[in-house]
Design a protein around this ligand. Structure first.
Ligand code: NAD
Ligand code: IPM
Ligand code: MN
Length: 355
């Protein structure tokens, strides 16, 4: 087991610095508790980088990312840049492409302590445990773009190889879970959807222990709310995965609860980031929910750093803090980012629950 890791921090815009700062506090306490050494380097990305470095991510930052053990990212996006010509989001897309982070793992679980505060009935939510696997470096996000006054287009391209590799990630994940993959596409309309469906079905042949079904994306959006327990692993393309995961955030109850891991081939640093954005409406108020980013750090320890023990410790800290009632306003509480963070780290200092 390795015990020394170098992490690149990319706080980004809006609430990004607030949630990454909180998460660094948790990682430091966890590192001390488990006797590992974490070194950090911090760089700019998104609007902050555009403003200060003239581009949404510099080549130097990309080199630092490649040389790190893992990247922890806050969020990018700022209304100042909504009229272009270069947007902050381009920095994140370039980072994902540069690291070859083609598989985006977005776990969605119902949280017992939050069941009663959701807008969805507790009996629909109880026991929900979904892993969304979103293809992250293909599709309409990366196809050729035309942008004119009177015409615009985003070309969506998928190759067999791009579908195969992300499908394998999904089937392998399902083998370690409940053995079911639901592949979500728009095969009734899109050519990419038909290729997606047939390649995923072929790959399924390599995993006889996993049951595959196909659901059209519009129906999948409905089933996510009507009967989320029907899903184990959801495998889908870039754009659909983006939309479905924000919808799925309402199962735990807030955007502020969903972590993610963006992974490439083994040995490449992963990017760990909350699913939410820069939340300009609440930035700078000290009320941002840090749980999603803290849980993303747990995913970092599990998926990139080979330390599931530390991941489990952080996840326990989060559960205990939630059980003890530490909640930001988005999940029905009155605590600020700092109070929630201190509640999460107290388990490590005391080696036990929060009181
Ligand atoms: P958003 O996720 O930033 O916010 C949507 C809503 O959820 C807002 O009301 C916000 O206050 C709330 N919210 C989000 N995260 C929260 C948290 N941690 N705690 C409490 N409340 C939270 O989405 P948006 O408003 O559509 O986008 C804002 C900007 O963020 C845009 O520029 C967008 O491109 C960008 N964005 C970036 C990422 C990323 O960096 N990965 C993801 C999504 C959106
Ligand atoms: C996400 C975000 C990004 C995406 C944006 C900011 C480029 O919404 O990570 O979900 O669409 O992938
Ligand atoms: Mn999104």
């Amino acid at each position: 087991m390795r015990s020394s890791f170098h992490i690149l921090l990319l706080p980004g815009d809006g609430i990004g610095p607030e949630v990454v700062g909180a998460t660094r506090t948790v990682m430091d306490v966890a590192a001390e508790h488990f006797g590992v050494e974490l070194t950090y380097e911090e760089r700019k990305i998104g609007g902050t980088a555009l403003r200060e470095e003239g581009e949404p991510v510099s080549d130097e930052t990309l080199e630092k990312a490649k040389a790190s053990d893992a990247v922890l990212l806050g969020a990018v996006g700022h209304p100042d840049f909504d009229r272009g010509p270069v947007r902050p989001e381009a920095g994140l897309l370039k980072l994902r492409k540069t690291l070859g982070a083609f598989a985006n793992l977005r776990p969605v679980t119902a949280i017992p302590a939050l069941l009663a505060s959701s807008t969805i009935k507790p009996e629909v939510l109880e026991g929900v445990d979904i892993l969304i696997i979103r293809e992250l470096t293909g599709g309409a996000y990366f196809g050729e773009k035309v942008e004119g006054e009177d015409l615009a287009s985003d070309l969506s391209v998928y190759t067999r190889e791009e579908i195969e590799r992300v499908a394998r990630v999904a089937f392998e994940a399902a083998e370690g879970r409940h053995g079911r993959v639901t592949s979500v596409d728009k095969a009734n309309v899109m050519a990419t959807g038909r290729l997606w469906r047939s390649v995923v079905a072929e790959v399924a042949g390599e995993y006889p222990g996993v049951r595959l079904d196909h659901v059209l994306v519009d129906a999948a959006a409905m089933f996510l709310i009507r009967d989320p327990k029907r899903f184990d692993v959801i495998l889908t393309e870039n754009l659909f995965g983006d939309i479905l995961s924000d919808e799925a955030a309402m199962l735990p109850g807030s955007m502020g609860m969903l972590p993610s891991a963006s992974l490439g081939v083994p040995g490449t640093p992963g990017i760990f980031e909350p699913v939410h954005g820069s939340a300009p409406d609440i930035a700078g108020q000290g009320t941002a929910n840090p749980y999603a980013t803290i849980l993303s750090a747990a995913m970092m320890f599990r998926h990139s750093l080979g330390r599931p023990d530390i991941a489990g410790g952080i996840e326990r800290g989060v559960s205990v803090a939630l059980e003890a009632g530490f909640r930001t306003p988005d999940i029905g509480g009155k605590n600020g980012t700092e109070e929630v963070t201190q509640a999460v780290v107290r388990w490590a200092a005391a080696g036990e629950g929060v009181t």
